[in-house]
Design a protein around this ligand. Structure first.
Ligand code: 13P
Ligand code: SF4
Length: 340
């Protein structure tokens, strides 16, 4: 009989329990910290940022999980796919990426002529670190006939080793678009398993996961439904399969927002990082959105604040660059996705 490690090529890299608990405690501790500027300075900082943005001919991109006051100064707010498209297509000399490292790297790969800034240089996606290039090459050697599909939540090096990239918005489409019958899907096991539901291909999900989405449980869904009977349950595909089974709709962050906007219902339980609630409250007035869990906060997404955005624009640092050799190969994987 095949062991799980045989089926999932990256099984060996699962964080040990103690690592997981340490990361969880860091995450929870971070949630209790407050931003270091008084509320009344928010408007002043925002005005200053918009003024410098004009001087530097910069565009500000913000992910749907960013702090509300950061989303409010962005030129584009979106999910990973929308932000990658914006980074590839927008004018400007400078991109200020309010998100995490792999997003800024993707922007730098797609727009090498632009200065790409990540205001919080330590804002990383832990899931992206759950697969290394050596491990992936090893998995490829064991499955030489398989295509490698990498989630955009990966390092540039992993993208360079992959045939095609995907995001949560298009993972099913991408998996179905490759010619091979077997797909090594890195690094998110939950997204890989979700895509596997909608294809005849043999999907081999890696063993990575998101520290935020993987923590939702079926009990969270039951409790939220008890508290809000009749509310529609929307979850992100990074959630565990047993949580996805209980959802009414599964979508990327922007897909969740579009669904709330267009669905006839009035009440929604939101199973993704809670930064999305800011946009939902602004863009869907009259609809009530409840978090599936109050602790669904991505500490890394919250590292960007207005002071860091302002300082990044003033100094044009910290800058994200990708070595050209890696960037060229990674660009291929991203552009194949964007072309679909
Ligand atoms: P989206 O592409 O759906 O915005 O998701 C990004 C992400 O990091 C989810 O945790
Ligand atoms: Fe990574 Fe999860 Fe944070 Fe998204 S929410 S950036 S997948 S840790």
């Amino acid at each position: 009989m095949e062991s799980p490690a045989h089926k999932y090529p990256g099984a060996a890299i699962l964080p040990r329990d103690s690592d997981y608990l340490m990361l969880r405690d860091t995450l929870l501790g971070y949630n209790q910290k407050r931003v270091g500027y008084p509320m009344q300075d928010t408007a002043m900082l925002q005005a200053e940022i918009l003024r410098i943005r004009e001087q530097k001919n910069a565009i500000i991109l913000a992910h749907n999980y960013q702090r509300g006051e950061v989303q409010d100064i962005a030129d584009v707010i979106g999910d990973s796919l929308e932000l990658a498209r914006a980074a590839a297509g927008m004018d400007g000399d400078v991109i200020v990426f309010c998100g995490v490292d792999f997003m800024a790297e993707t922007a730098a790969i797609l727009s090498p002529e632009k200065t790409v800034l990540l205001p919080a240089p330590d804002a990383c996606c832990p899931m992206a670190g759950m697969v290394t290039a050596d491990e992936l090459r090893f998995a490829r050697a064991r499955h030489p006939d398989a295509a490698v599909v990498c989630y955009v939540n990966t390092t540039a090096e992993i993208k360079a080793e992959s045939d095609i990239c995907c995001t949560s918005a298009n993972a099913v489409k991408v998996v179905n678009a490759v010619h091979e019958d077997t797909v090594i899907f890195v690094p998110d096991r939950n997204l890989g398993q979700y895509a596997a539901r909608f294809t005849d291909k043999n999907v081999l999900p890696w063993e990575g996961f998101c520290l935020v989405h993987d923590r939702y449980t079926p009990a969270d869904v039951s409790l939220a439904k008890q508290a809000h009977p009749g509310a529609v349950v929307l979850v992100h595909p990074e959630c565990r399969p047993e949580v996805i089974d209980l959802a009414d709709h599964v979508a990327s962050t922007s897909g969740i927002i579009s669904h709330v906007k267009s669905a006839p219902g009035n009440e929604f339980i939101i199973g993704t990082e809670n930064g999305i609630l800011h946009r939902l409250a602004k863009e869907c007035p009259g609809k009530r959105c409840y978090p599936l869990s109050d602790t669904a906060i991505c500490a890394n997404m919250k590292k960007t604040d207005l002071v860091k955005v302002r300082d990044a624009l003033v100094t044009l640092q910290p800058r994200i660059t990708v070595p050209e050799g890696i960037a060229t190969r990674a660009r291929g994987a991203i552009e194949r996705m964007l072309a679909l």
